[in-house]
Design a protein around this ligand. Structure first.
Ligand code: ADP
Ligand code: MG
Length: 246
């Protein structure tokens, strides 16, 4: 397919040879807005990390023509260290730093953009606050401001709205819609099915194996959701052998 941004071909990802994602094939289309849904332990974060290039496939492959700096990644909250002693403003600037790699340019140009990004996420006046002093919702706004500054082509969000208040969730969903409107490709791991149906046109439903991938209305059918739950109940955490592709 010509407009595929990322193609997964029989992708299997394993931890110490225990497969967490089995035989997934399909494409993320450029400019698409996709939810990754599935039960706890389904391999959603693993899949995102494999797409990021943080985990190597045990089998199969991932192909794309993206550069490192084209990726914007927001890990699950549990994986982020908020004790890191920096201000809100510096935390946002770090996003630009990573993408431009040039300190002088960061100072000259990105400072203004960092202010704009903070204002876009509703955090004007918070510049000097220590990130450790923020509420969960405010901190998530900081991380979205960083992504805004990073100007990535592909944005990967791992459970961005878990334990986040409703008002912040709404504001951040607006930013996701804005990214989508700009033509960026967005993939978000979500566990709230209503949110998936309301805001994400495409869904990849996974329970270690792919259950469905396509238009959300088709994929999130009662039959598929039952199948995902049934598969989650049958997981053997110590399974070594990889079952043949479904
Ligand atoms: P999800 O994000 O869908 O909840 P994960 O991708 O985090 O699922 O995990 C999928 C499976 O891989 C789980 O059984 C989990 O315990 C296992 N797993 C995740 N991360 C690691 C790791 N770093 N080392 C070993 N096993 C892991
Ligand atoms: Mg996860």
């Amino acid at each position: 397919m010509s407009d595929a941004l990322i193609t997964l071909d029989n992708l299997t990802v394993a931890y110490d040879r225990h497969p967490a994602v089995h035989h997934v094939s399909g494409s993320i289309l450029a400019g698409s807005l996709t939810a990754i849904a599935g039960p706890n332990g389904a391999g959603k974060s693993t899949l995102l990390k494999a797409i990021m290039g943080e985990l190597r496939p045990a089998e199969g492959r991932i192909s794309h023509r993206l550069q490192r700096t084209d990726f914007g990644y927001l890990p699950q909250a549990a994986e982020i260290n908020r004790r890191f002693p920096i201000s809100v403003f510096d935390a946002v600037l770090l996003g630009a730093w990573r993408s431009s790699g040039a300190f002088r340019r960061v100072l000259a140009h990105e400072t203004g953009k960092a202010r704009e990004a903070l204002s876009a996420v509703g955090l004007e006046g918070f510049e000097k606050r220590h990130i450790g002093s923020l509420s969960a919702g405010q901190f998530q706004r900081v991380l979205f401001a960083r992504l805004l500054l990073q100007d990535a082509k592909l944005i990967l969000l791992d459970e961005p709205f878990t334990a986040i208040d409703a008002r912040t969730t709404k504001d951040l969903l607006d930013i996701v819609a804005r990214w989508h409107g700009d033509g960026r490709t967005v993939i978000a791991v979500l566990h709230d099915f209503d949110q998936v149906r309301a805001h994400f046109p495409q869904t990849l439903l996974i329970a270690r194996k792919l259950i469905g991938w396509g238009p959300t209305g088709d994929v999130m059918s009662p039959a598929n959701l039952l199948k995902a739950r049934a598969m989650a109940e049958r997981w053997d955490e110590d399974a070594r052998a990889c079952e043949p592709a479904a």
